[in-house]
Design a protein around this ligand. Structure first.
Ligand code: FPP
Length: 244
């Protein structure tokens, strides 16, 4: 896939980098409608933006970046739009294996995969397997993800193996969520004008910094990620403590 825009830099000049960035890829539909194109064209451009931003994250050295590709609520969309996004997963995710290999990028997914089509699940499994040894940036695709749903599934996983009357704790939820090895998200960025979390990474975002932008997701590229990182570097994170 030709994403045409090159990274803005090849060096990491940040003193303070988030370990984990989450991106709510919003505005694909509006981007397309403004151009009298079908909404699916916005998702295609959104996928290209995800590749541009992934490359920049990898150049900068961000350890984890999660892209919100499909929520547990997105099934309410038209059959055609849902099928298109699922088809992108099935046909494009593994199709970028050369890109992941070249940039040492590991791919993981987060969400309830049991409801996805067989081709989408097969592509996810193949991509995760093929990239499991890569040690650079870890790209996480949140698909059929809902923060509330993830917490419920974590509790149910725990209940299925619980042997005594021990209570559920913070550690229980952390251990049984989809990706316990991935650190909590430090920075959530939402393009596309709206200012809400939309059920994204609810447990892990307890102390995330939030940044909202008007630029629609398909227009995003390296410079937008760097703007967000610059803003993040200015934030004082106290996690409920007092300024030092
Ligand atoms: C939100 O914009 C975007 C989505 C619900 C889908 C995003 C999916 C992709 C970019 C494709 C991902 C595929 C892979 C393989 C990672 P919106 O449609 O809600 O935009 P709107 O608010 O303007 O209507």
């Amino acid at each position: 896939m030709d994403t045409s825009k090159e990274p803005s830099s090849t060096s990491n000049d940040y003193d303070v980098l988030p370990r984990h960035v989450g991106i709510i890829m919003d505005g694909n539909g509006r981007w397309a409608t403004k151009r009298s194109l079908p909404r699916t064209a916005g998702h295609w451009e959104g996928l290209k933006a995800a590749k541009r931003v992934t490359l920049e994250a990898s150049v900068i050295g961000i350890p984890y970046i999660t892209f919100y590709a499909f929520s547990t609520e997105n099934w309410k969309r038209s059959t055609q739009e849902v099928a298109y996004i699922m088809d992108l997963l099935a046909t494009r995710l593994f199709g970028e294996l050369d890109f992941y290999t070249k940039h040492n990028i590991r791919v993981l997914t987060r969400g309830d995969l049991s409801k996805l089509s067989e081709p989408a699940r097969a592509a996810i499994e193949a991509t995760e397997r093929a990239t499991r040894e890569f040690t650079g940036t870890c790209v996480i695709i949140a698909v059929n993800h809902g923060g509330q749903d993830e917490i419920v599934r974590a509790v149910n996983r725990w209940l299925a193996v619980r042997t005594s009357q021990e209570p559920c704790t913070l550690e229980t939820i952390r251990t049984y969520c989809d990706l316990p090895q991935v650190p909590p998200v430090d920075l959530i960025v939402r393009p596309g004008c709206e200012k809400r979390l939309s059920n994204f990474l609810l447990w892990d975002s307890a102390y995330a910094e939030l940044i909202f932008y008007d630029t629609l997701w398909p227009d995003w590229g390296p410079k937008h990620l760097r703007l967000a990182l610059d803003e993040y570097a200015k934030r004082a994170r106290r996690f409920g403590g007092v300024p030092t």
